[in-house]
Design a protein around this ligand. Sequence first.
Ligand SMILES: [Zn+2]
Length: 489
Amino acid sequence: MRRGPFHAYAADLAAWVAISSIAALGFVTWRAGGVVQRRLVADGGAALAATDDAQLASAEGTAHVEMAELDSSVDAAPPTQRRTYNVVIITVDTLRADLGFSGYPRPVSPNIDALAARSIVYEQAYAMASFTPKCLGPLLIGRYSSETYRDYAHYTNFAPANVFLGERVQEAGGRTAGAASHRYFGWRKGFDQGLDVWDTSAIPPNSVDNDPTITSAKLTDVAIGLLSSERAADVPVRDGKPFVTEPRSGTASGHFLTWFHYLDPHLPYVPHADAPSFASMREPGIPRERAPYDGEVWFTDQEVGRLLRHIGEQPWAKETAIILTADHGEAFGEKGHWGHGRELWEPLVHVPLLVYVPGAPPRRIKAKRSHIDIVPTVLELMGLPPDPELHGKSLLADLEAAPGEVEERDVYIDMPDGPYNELRRAVLTGPSPGIKLIEFNGNRYELYDLRFDPNETKNIAWSDPTQLEAAKEALKRMRSSLKERPAVK
Ligand SMILES: [Zn+2]
């Protein structure tokens, strides 16, 4: 019997709580081999005995138990045959990191919160810049902005010499599709590279810059249309038929990659009549100017939720990983700054990052991470070999690390200058949350110790010259490892 989407979602969460220990082991097995399989049986039995019968009798509970069993059968295969996934990447423009699941007191993100409850949540994830093209291009290429082949335009044109994630997946035999709703993405500036279908029909006709049209509902319709096939191997779908008909071979054949970019939280903030009255909510520390933005986030969350429910109802849902993040954040008066695109303050570059892998237990990761890790993560999820040329590392290693043993790494943020922004670089070093050095225009520095000063109120560049020199060295080291190239003017 087909269940209603809300019931499916709520029950799914309840089932997760009930048998998360089984699912957890199920996930570990695809890497660890037969020894863990025996643990799966033993621990699974204990969990079953300890779990409420009514919950396990539900269809959802059964589905998850079957999933765990499926995982254990995968375990019997040679260790080299790892479980692989379809991947859906969802990016939301201008989505701040403070959402419901990360402690924001207003109910702006119930659907994303529900995904977070099933996902690996990165509590300190960073964009690679604070301006859309300089964030999304690098995210999908897997390189820092300065390394990409690009022009100097405000709306950066990424040259064919860049290798986008879609190209890697296509080459390995996977199907690919994407959709976005800002007019920039309709100008074929490189984002369609490697995508079988690049759907820009959600862009409003005669769209202007900072278009006030609401586009998330249309984007979800487009995404659902592309993902409407019983067989993952037939995605993307157009007019009810697989868009790609010729057979493809390779490690990713039978899998798909999709990327959907939502826009509505970006300025201008358009009111939504059915949104909660955020303007009437009074919480300390939240400026009143944020209420209309919260309404846009709430509306976008509803549409992201509709897409997530559709995915959850598909036969291939159990083989589909979901990565949700923002291109960058937004400032509401922090450091006297509003909007985004020019600076690298925390509200602008600290972004939400959720990685949902079917069968993996939900987890919170405190170690700082970066969008530079997205491409290597997708490669591993889809069974593609790692590319040693890339700077990022697959996030899947974090899923298996013991608590307290998650690797600490530096985070580099790289925003070259453009027609409307000056050059900014930043590096975060040391144990998370770390020390943050910001370089302004290549000749001025500010230093913040995020452990004691998460809001970057006290620049310690002058008072702590030792830390400053160490951070500048880290920045220098990072840059020397890059193949920087100038933008074509
Ligand atoms: Zn943006």
